[in-house]
Design a protein around this ligand. Structure first.
Ligand code: NAD
Ligand code: IPM
Ligand code: MN
Length: 356
């Protein structure tokens, strides 16, 4: 007899390589269910470019409400399709969930599993183990602004950056709380306060909130210098907290330190509410349908999901199976391997199923 259903998971596989990497994550979830029985019930939702092009619907408002109140977790593959050049479906679905469900924490870990995966000379697995906390509901992503005289030589395009004290404070506090709960000793905040005076808010809030965490060192950088230092001295970073756009950019850079976007998982959180999980990467249209996309980011995202619902042993098993695959050279070409997407998923799922 199977365990009672206790966690409802909505899956939006999406576009491009999204469905391919989600299929492998769900294959690993099947293995997890056989062994650990967390009782996750999967509901697949059709939203994405195909659905939008066929119906004109991105994500119905009722469905957004249901995701906010009736499911425990959401897993997204990727959204983005060359047939939708304005990317409106991805904005409605992906940014829609982040904004409307108020998922203000975008947690993006970058951990080096094997020295072979980093392009940095002489850096070891001990040197690269950090997490980026990206503010996920404000900044330059709020669509405040617009265009004027579009298509004429006098065209004007304005995008305002919105920073609220409440918004900055809650992400900064989350970063310090996470650092304390995970035995970290330093939090680094990145802004551009030397050129953008409004970023003084980030400095003041970081200082005020950080004073409440006397056991944790406060470190501030300008975002440009942080980009350099991530490459020069990645070992100096443990926990990074920053705004929406800087976090977007720096998390792709951080992923490259540990093997690339194919290795980077993420979670969009508002503690106490539904969590939306997704790999950091996008739909990578040139790779779609070729069985070459790296499914490890999606599988590590599944591990974050398992951890979040309290299935700790299963989360560690999935994480360990990905590490073992890397160690055994079972990987896709982006990390120097010769395996296909499905073969990597098969190997990791088998490893989980046999509890090795
Ligand atoms: P991308 O992340 O899709 O791909 C950039 C490059 O990274 C790829 O060409 C490939 O070389 C590599 N890559 C990414 N994921 C990989 C994987 N799993 N395995 C192997 N290599 C991988 O970024 P892009 O090309 O700028 O964007 C493509 C589309 O995806 C756009 O429409 C963009 O808006 C969208 N996008 C969506 C999300 C999301 O849904 N969360 C995130 C980023 C980009
Ligand atoms: C990400 C992506 C998205 C973002 C895009 C697809 C809107 O790049 O999740 O990092 O900019 O947040
Ligand atoms: Mn991005």
């Amino acid at each position: 007899m199977s365990a009672p259903a206790s966690h409802r998971l909505a899956v939006i596989a999406g576009d491009g390589i999204g469905p391919e990497v989600v299929q492998e994550a769900l294959k690993v979830l099947d293995a997890v269910e056989q062994v650990y029985r967390p009782g996750i019930v999967v509901e697949r939702l059709p939203y994405g470019a195909d659905h939008y092009l066929a119906t004109g619907v991105t994500l119905p408002p009722d469905e957004m409400r249901r995701l906010g109140s009736d499911v425990d977790a959401i897993l997204v593959g990727a959204l983005g399709d060359p047939r939708v050049p304005g990317n409106e479906h991805a904005r409605d679905i992906l940014l829609g969930m982040r904004f409307q469900l108020d998922l203000y924490v975008n947690e993006r870990p970058a951990r080096l599993f094997d020295e072979r995966l980093t392009p940095l000379k002489g850096k070891t697995t001990r040197d690269i183990d950090l997490v980026v906390f990206r503010e996920n509901t404000e900044g330059l992503y709020v669509s405040v602004g617009g265009t004027f005289k579009q298509g004429t030589p006098d065209e004007i395009a304005i995008a305002e950056e919105l920073n609220t004290r409440k918004g900055v404070e809650r992400i900064v506090r989350h970063a310090f709380e996470w650092a304390r709960a995970n035995g970290k000793t330093r939090v680094t905040m990145a802004d551009k306060a030397n050129a953008i005076a409004a970023h003084g808010l980030w400095r003041r809030v970081f200082d005020a909130v950080g004073r409440e965490y006397g056991d944790i060192e406060r470190d501030t950088r300008y975002i440009d210098a942080m980009a350099m230092d991530l490459v020069r001295t990645p070992e100096s970073f443990q926990v990074i907290v920053t705004g929406n756009l800087f976090g977007d950019i720096i998390s792709d850079l951080a992923s490259m330190l540990v093997g690339g976007l194919g290795m980077a998982p993420s979670a969009n959180r508002h503690p106490g509410r539904v969590t939306m999980f997704e790999p950091v990467h996008g739909s990578a249209p040139p790779l779609a349908g070729k069985d070459v996309a790296n499914p490890m980011a999606a599988i590590l995202t599944l591990s974050m999901l398992l951890e979040t619902i309290g299935a700790r042993e299963a989360a560690a098993a999935v994480d360990g199976a990905v590490r073992a695959a890397v160690a055994a050279n079972v990987g896709t070409p982006d990390i120097g391997g010769t395996h296909g997407t499905r073969a990597v998923g098969d190997w990791i799922a088998r490893r989980v199923a046999t509890r090795e």
